[in-house]
Design a binder for this molecule. Structure first.
Ligand code: FE2
Length: 270
């Protein structure tokens, strides 16, 4: 049943999938990671400003735990204008592998069973991101398809977007185009050595009127098809909108060498 709905609309909302104690545990752990992070070694992450931000810090983060700042955390002179604990955009990209708390959460039975139900038994865990969507300065994420950034042959990737706090229109919830996963991939983010570029197949703009808000309660998991167009607006509210996103590929698909995320070791598997 779940897989039929998923195939039709390109996403699923699974309410109460995560307990409130699990949400709290992940949030506490993320706060500890930020607390231990030394901001000397930092980069600003913004999907609007790719060329200046896709640097080695980002490109080498596929098998590491690294913190990325919000663009709005600095003034025009590059001086921090908010406290470190409120300035991090996200942590990526191997929390699921390297951090004991996120590892136990990510590979637990109920997630493996969900992936199994969706036809993704023995999936490869490709990347994880802890997204803060900080109050007042949480940046927007432009409309995109996740397959632009994670490609396999055949193309079979899904995202599990776990709401750890209530996500509302006010604090920058996800918006998606129902059924939009049926359209071909619009663009492909390609890595060649330490350079990246965006290959564009379709120059038309997304029709934002076709996107609907996915307002969800803390504890909901949103399953995202890799071609589902989605976005999130800036968070100008006083509430954060923390979420943990895990992307997996089908166990039978090959991971492409042109993906931005490359690593020496094989991906951990379910
Ligand atoms: Fe995405």
């Amino acid at each position: 049943m779940q897989s039929v709905t998923f195939k039709q609309q390109g996403y699923l909302l699974l309410e109460n999938f995560i307990s409130s104690s699990e949400c709290k545990q992940l949030m506490q752990r993320a706060a500890q990671i930020v607390d231990h992070f030394d901001p000397v070694d930092h980069t600003v992450f913004s999907s609007k400003n790719q060329q200046s931000t896709i640097d080695r810090y980002f490109l080498d983060s596929g098998d590491k735990i690294r913190c990325f700042f919000e663009e709005g955390a600095f003034d025009t002179n590059g001086q921090a204008i908010v406290d470190k604990t409120k300035a991090i955009n996200k942590i990526g990209h191997a929390l699921h592998e390297l951090d004991p708390v996120f590892n136990a959460f990510s590979f637990q039975k109920k997630i493996a069973a969900l992936l199994d139900n969706l036809g993704f038994a023995n999936a490869n865990a490709l990347q994880s991101m802890y997204i803060f969507k900080q109050p007042k300065i949480g940046g927007e994420v432009l409309p995109h398809q996740d397959a632009t950034y994670l490609q396999t042959a055949p193309q079979q990737v899904i995202g599990l977007w776990c709401a750890l706090e209530d996500a509302t229109i006010d604090n920058g919830c996800l918006w998606a185009k129902p059924g939009g996963h049926q359209v071909p991939l619009k663009q492909s983010f390609i890595r060649q050595g330490n350079n990246t570029h965006m290959e564009i197949f379709d120059h038309s703009d997304w029709d934002l009127a076709q996107f609907i808000p996915l307002e969800v309660k803390a504890g909901t998991v949103i399953v995202l098809h890799d071609k589902l167009p989605h976005l999130s607006h800036e968070n100008r509210s006083s509430k954060s909108r923390q979420a943990y996103a895990l992307h997996v590929s089908h166990g039978d698909s090959d991971y492409l060498g042109s993906n931005w995320l490359q690593r020496r070791e094989p991906f951990p598997r379910f």
